[in-house]
Design a binder for this molecule. Structure first.
Ligand code: ADE
Length: 420
C-alpha cells in the first residue's frame, strides 16, 4: 500500500493490538465480516470513508474490505485520529488512510480531497464534510457515486438541508437515525466517552460538582445521566420546551445558560448549534470553570470571544487543556480547543456500542449496493429489517433470550375489532 499520508507507519504494532482488542467487543460486526468474506457483496465497489480514525472504525474498514470493496479512509475531525490505528490499517490491512492527529485545516481538507480522488461509488460520512466538499469541489467525481451513509446527527441535518434545496445528488442512508445507533451510541457512548475525555484531560473529581449539560438530545441525555451517576449536581440547558420538560421530569435542574454559568464547575456543550457559550457567559463564569464540547463541530464555544476577553492564554497547562486568564484574573479552562472532547482527549465511544453503529453502517452499504437504482435522491431511514437483525444478533452474542409473539398475539396486534 503506498496510497497514504499518516503520522508514522512504525506505530502499527501498537495500533494492531488495540484494533484486535476492540474487535472482541464487536461480535455483530465480526459476524458480518465473515459473511462478507464468503459472499463478497461489495466486489468492484470503491468506497471513500470520512470517519473518526479509531480502533472501532478500523474494524469497520476491515469488514468493507473483506466484502470486496476498495476502501479509502480520511479523518472526520482534525483531532480525533489515533495515529497508531492509521498505521496499522495501512501496514496490516493494506487500506489507504489519509489522516494525522492534529492536522491543520488545510491538511484536513487535502485529505478529504484524496477521498474524492479515489473516485468512490459509495461514500460513508460522519458530519457531512466529505459530501459538502464533493458538492463544492468534486467535479465529475459525483457522477460515479450511487449512494452514501451518514453517521451523525449534525451530518443528517446538513444532508436534509441539501435534500430540501433539491441539490442532493444520490440517496443517503441516515445511519444516525437508526435505533441501533442513537439509542446506544449517542446515549451510552457519548455519556461515557465524554466523561472519560474530561477526566483524562483534567483528572477532576465529578462528585459534588455543578455539571452543566447544554442540549438534551440523545447525547445530552446520556451525558447528564452519567454525570449524575458519578455524583454531580446536573443542570440542563435547552431551547426546546419538550426536551426541557423531559429533563425536568428526569430530575435535572433546568435553567437558561446565563444562570447556569454562574453555578457551573464544568460545562459541556452538546447541542449541534453555534454560539452556545459566548462572551456574556464567559464573563459570568466562576474562577476555574472547565468548559468543553462534545457536539460534532468546534462551533459551540465561541473561542474567538473567549480569546478577546483574555489578557493571557497558557497553552497546554495539561495535555489538551488551555488556561484563559481574563482581565479580572479569573481563569477558564478549555479542553481540546472546543473540539469533540470524547475523541480528542479519550478514545471515542467504546467498541461495545460502536458494534451496533458500524454493523448498521456495513449492512446499509450492502443495501445501497443491492438497491442501487431505485432509492431516489433522498435522505432515507435504515430499513427496519436491518435494525432488527442487528439487535437480534447483539442479544444472541450477549446470551440474552427474549419472548416471541404467539400467532394469537400477532393477530390481536394486527386487528382493529377487539375492544373492551
Ligand atoms: N464516534 C464516537 N466514538 C467513535 C469511535 N469510537 N469510533 C468512531 N467514531 C466514533
Amino acid at each position: 500500500m503506498n496510497n497514504y499520508h499518516i503520522k508514522d507507519i512504525e506505530l502499527a504494532e501498537d495500533g494492531l493490538k488495540r484494533v484486535i482488542w476492540a474487535d472482541k467487543e464487536m461480535p455483530v460486526l465480526e459476524n458480518i465480516r465473515q459473511k462478507f468474506a464468503n459472499e463478497k457483496p461489495l466486489k468492484d465497489l470503491k468506497i471513500s470513508c470520512c470517519l473518526h480514525v479509531t480502533t472501532e472504525t478500523a474494524n469497520l474498514m476491515r469488514t468493507l474490505k473483506e466484502g470486496g470493496a476498495d476502501v479509502l479512509l480520511c479523518a472526520s475531525n482534525p483531532l480525533s485520529t489515533q495515529d497508531d490505528v492509521a498505521a496499522s490499517l495501512v501496514k496490516d490491512f493494506d487500506i489507504a488512510v489519509h489522516a494525522i492527529k492534529g492536522e491543520d485545516n488545510d491538511t484536513y481538507y487535502k485529505h478529504i480531497l484524496k477521498a474524492i480522488e479515489h473516485r468512490p461509488n459509495i461514500v460513508m460520512d460522519d458530519g457531512a464534510d466529505l459530501i459538502s466538499t464533493l458538492m463544492k469541489k468534486g467535479g465529475d467525481a459525483i457522477k460515479d457515486i450511487f449512494g452514501s451513509t451518514e453517521e451523525t446527527t449534525t451530518g443528517v441535518i446538513r444532508l436534509k438541508s441539501l435534500e430540501k434545496n433539491n441539490i442532493l445528488k444520490f440517496p443517503v442512508i441516515a445511519v444516525n437515525d437508526a435505533h441501533t445507533k442513537y439509542l446506544f451510541d449517542n446515549r451510552y457512548g457519548t455519556g461515557q466517552s465524554t466523561i472519560d475525555g474530561i477526566i483524562r484531560a483534567t483528572n477532576t473529581l465529578i462528585a459534588g460538582k455543578n455539571f452543566v449539560v447544554a442540549g438534551y438530545g440523545w447525547c445530552g441525555k446520556g451525558l447528564a445521566n452519567k454525570a449524575r451517576g458519578l455524583g454531580a449536581k446536573v443542570i440542563v440547558t435547552e431551547i426546546d420546551p419538550i426536551k426541557a420538560l423531559e429533563a425536568t421530569m428526569d430530575g435535572f435542574y433546568v435553567m437558561p445558560m446565563k444562570e447556569a454559568v454562574k453555578l457551573a464547575d464544568i460545562i459541556v456543550t452538546v447541542t449541534g448549534d453555534i454560539d452556545v457559550l459566548v462572551k456574556e457567559h464567559f464573563i459570568s463564569m466562576k474562577n476555574g470553570c472547565i468548559i468543553c464540547n462534545s457536539g460534532h463541530f468546534n462551533v459551540e464555544i465561541n473561542i474567538e470571544e473567549l480569546k478577546n476577553l483574555s489578557k493571557k492564554i497558557n497553552k497546554n497547562v495539561r495535555e489538551l487543556v488551555d488556561e484563559y486568564i481574563l482581565e479580572n484574573d479569573k481563569k477558564i479552562y478549555l479542553i481540546a480547543d472546543g473540539r469533540l472532547v470524547n475523541l480528542a482527549s479519550a478514545e471515542g465511544h467504546p467498541a461495545m456500542v460502536m458494534d451496533m453503529s458500524f454493523s448498521t453502517q456495513a449492512l446499509s452499504v450492502e443495501y445501497l449496493k443491492h438497491n442501487k437504482n431505485n432509492l431516489g435522491c433522498k435522505v432515507l431511514n435504515v430499513p427496519i429489517e436491518i435494525e432488527n437483525h442487528i439487535a437480534d444478533t447483539k442479544l444472541k452474542t450477549l446470551n440474552i433470550k427474549i419472548d416471541r409473539l404467539t400467532e394469537k398475539q400477532k393477530n390481536y396486534l394486527e386487528s382493529w375489532e377487539y375492544g373492551t
